[in-house]
Design a protein around this ligand. Structure first.
Ligand code: ZN
Length: 267
């Protein structure tokens, strides 16, 4: 497969590809920013392999339409003279209904974060979302675990998201953790599901209300003196109180929530 030089019209040996939304920005350097491409087919190829060879991970695709009529899945074998339109996932995508592209998310929004988006993982936990993050997972393990536990894999690594095992995922395209969490909240329409301070920031366990007497022996003298409401992680037993979990965080949290509600999306 190669770029058809000096071609202005589709012919019997080439295919036409149109990338919509932000997808042209994901194309490999040679083609970046171009929404319409003509290709000469040199071998039999699935549409997944063709699109990913151009740089776009399959996780970013919402639907593919061939010859203005047929919605196809990733196994579709590209035919000469095909006209292929590729549309990105967006806040309009219904992740809970099956499509030609991928099965429905079965158990609500659960996430797995690659090592390159650790601060995004922390924000997701602050907002109460079940988020697995370990900084020692290999790519194979990440893809396998995300698939097995039916989580959305968040990463800045295109090649990780191109793996077949990855069913649900999202390419994080910004560096600032605040922009990252705003992007994820807006894309997956998470705002109404946010429940701050329900997850342990250390281990992702659930925080449960605990009587002060039960954790009294774990408290510093000033904490014991000034606080009465405590929560404890059901996994690692870390104790949280208003001054621990929320110190300096509440103002940030409200600011980020405000940004998530803005209609302007970075996508
Ligand atoms: Zn914990």
């Amino acid at each position: 497969m190669s770029l058809k030089k000096n071609a202005s019209e589709i012919d019997s040996s080439s295919v036409e590809l149109s990338f919509h939304g932000y997808l042209p920005q994901l194309l490999s350097r040679t083609f970046r920013g171009q929404s319409d491409l003509l290709y000469e087919l040199e071998r039999k190829t699935s549409i997944k392999d063709l699109i990913e060879s151009l740089g776009v991970p399959h996780t970013e695709i919402d639907r593919i339409i061939v010859n203005n009529a047929n919605k196809v899945d990733f196994s579709y074998i590209v035919m000469p003279a095909d006209r292929i339109k590729v549309y990105p996932v967006s806040s309009q995508t219904d992740f809970f209904s099956p499509s030609r592209i991928r099965p429905a998310l079965p158990h609500g929004f659960k996430f797995m974060c690659d090592v390159n988006v650790g601060k995004l993982a922390r924000w997701l936990r602050i907002f109460g979302f079940d988020t697995v993050y370990e900084n020692n997972f290999e790519d194979d393990e990440l893809a396998e675990m995300a698939s097995k536990t039916q989580r959305i894999l968040l990463s800045k690594d295109c090649n990780l998201l191109k793996r077949k095992k990855v069913i649900w995922g999202h390419l994080v395209r910004v560096n600032d953790p605040i922009e990252q969490i705003v992007d994820v909240v807006q894309l997956f329409q998470l705002e109404r599901l946010i429940q701050p301070y329900r997850r342990c920031l250390r281990c992702n366990g659930q925080l449960l209300r605990v009587e002060k007497e039960k954790v009294d022996h774990l408290l510093e003298p000033l904490t014991r003196k000034y606080y009465t409401v405590f929560h404890q992680c059901n996994t690692c037993c870390q104790v949280y109180w208003q001054g621990s979990h929320r110190s300096g965080m509440e103002a940030n949290l409200q600011a980020v929530l405000g940004m998530c509600r803005e209609t302007k999306s970075i996508m």
